[in-house]
Design a protein around this ligand. Structure first.
Ligand SMILES: Cc1cc2nc3c(=O)[nH]c(=O)nc-3n(C[C@H](O)[C@H](O)[C@H](O)COP(=O)(O)O)c2cc1C
Length: 372
């Protein structure tokens, strides 16, 4: 890798009011270091170190909207209430003081369980009272619950803008609330939020995006994270064809999403390998092609194994960035998110920019236990 030319990663990128110095995004990573839901000084210092380390755009850990059971662990930060928002104000000020830009990832965990079995006081809510197909948990949302949830996402986005964040990411991936609406196996509703087609099941997300757009105005960029895979089932897919992908994602873009963040575990894997002549486009590549929106890709950048290893407490060795450079040269996607490598090493981006590849250490699972 010593001769690798990574300059293509360090071109600026802009969309609406956002002007990034490079193409590297810190992936959102839940850290569980916010006792009582309030991000403290250690969180501000953690994100500031990534800004000092020249990350183009920092996406926060998932932080939850104002609904009674919107989180599945007590150390997940709120994005509502005076104390938590004051904590987030401290975070964004710290990031800005180091020259960084940042979005909160706003989230509702729906009926998804957390590994430690923690339960909120209120019943969990989801489209049809299912964590995964055939696995009941909590209650099915009423139309009033849905309307309140949409308002809570809009309020969180408005607060993000008011606190000074540079953009906002809506978490629509990985089998949490919004994705439980997309997923036919967990959305069995017979009202206008359900239906046999992915276009119908996209309505809840589209209404969230419309409400967020209204709340933040025309200049503030909106990012939405989506994924084919669910933590409940890594093999399941929302869209089996490019047409279904368009039916799923285009309504979101039409409602106001500027950037689609397509989560996959290995960024180089083609989304529809069976389609000849598709040049092996990955999830973000197809999302860009079928919607015309800007996209972020992600998945095992700079590492020799995927994120499921981290969930099993395993580390990863560094891996070459050749494939990433090749994909950026093809303009398959606009931005690339980096997760574990940046959790272990706040200076990962600066090291790549300086060509100091020998100093890249991969992912050390000890990083999960502290805010390095
Ligand atoms: C500890 C941990 C926590 C994560 N939490 C979130 C999260 O809150 N929201 C989210 O969208 N993805 C989350 N992810 C997934 C990452 O954003 C990213 O997609 C994944 O780690 C793959 O990128 P990587 O291979 O560069 O690590 C998490 C990943 C890890 C390792």
């Amino acid at each position: 890798m010593s001769n690798l030319d990574t300059r293509i990663l360090f071109r600026p990128f802009s969309i609406r009011s956002l002007e990034l110095k490079n193409r590297i995004v810190m992936a959102p990573m839940t850290r569980l270091f916010s006792p009582e839901g309030i991000p403290g000084e250690a969180s501000a210092a953690y994100y500031r170190r990534r800004a000092e380390g020249r990350v183009g755009l920092i996406l926060s850990e998932g932080t939850v909207i104002d609904r009674p059971a919107s989180r599945n662990d007590s150390a997940i930060p709120f994005f509502h209430g005076d104390a938590a928002l004051a904590g987030w104000k401290n975070v964004i000020d710290a990031v800005h003081s180091a020259g960084g830009l940042m979005a909160p990832q706003i989230w509702h965990t729906g009926a998804a369980r957390y590994i430690n079995g923690w339960e909120p006081d209120a019943p969990v809510e989801s489209p049809s009272g299912l964590d995964s197909p055939g696995d009941p948990r909590g209650v099915a949302m009423s139309e009033e619950n849905i309307a309140d949830t949409i308002s809570a996402f809009a309020k969180a986005a408005a607060d993000a803008k008011r606190l000074g964040f540079d953009t906002v990411e809506i978490h629509g991936a990985h089998g949490y609330l919004i994705d439980q609406f997309f997923w036919a196996g967990t959305n069995q509703r017979t009202d206008r939020y359900g239906g046999a087609t992915i276009k119908e099941r996209s309505r809840f997300a589209s209404e969230i995006v419309s409400a967020v757009r209204l709340a933040v105005g025309p200049e503030f960029p909106i990012i939405m994270r989506v994924s084919q895979w669910k933590q409940q089932d890594y093999g399941v897919r929302v869209a089996e064809t490019p047409q279904q992908m368009e039916d799923w994602l285009l309504p979101l873009v039409e409602a106001g999403v500027d950037v689609l963040h397509c989560s996959q575990r290995r960024f180089w894997e083609p989304e529809f390998p069976e389609i000849d002549g598709s040049n092996g486009l990955n999830c973000a590549g197809w999302a860009k092609k079928v919607t015309g929106a800007a996209t972020i890709s992600v998945g095992s950048v700079g590492l020799d194994n995927d994120v499921t290893n981290a969930f099993a407490g395993k580390g990863s060795a560094p891996a070459s960035l050749d494939r990433l450079i090749e994909r950026m040269e093809r303009e398959e996607f606009d931005l690339i998110a980096v997760g574990r490598a940046l959790m272990s090493d706040p200076d990962w981006v600066a090291k790549v920019e300086n060509g100091n590849y020998a100093a890249l250490e991969g992912f050390n699972p000890a990083a999960l236990g502290e805010l390095l």
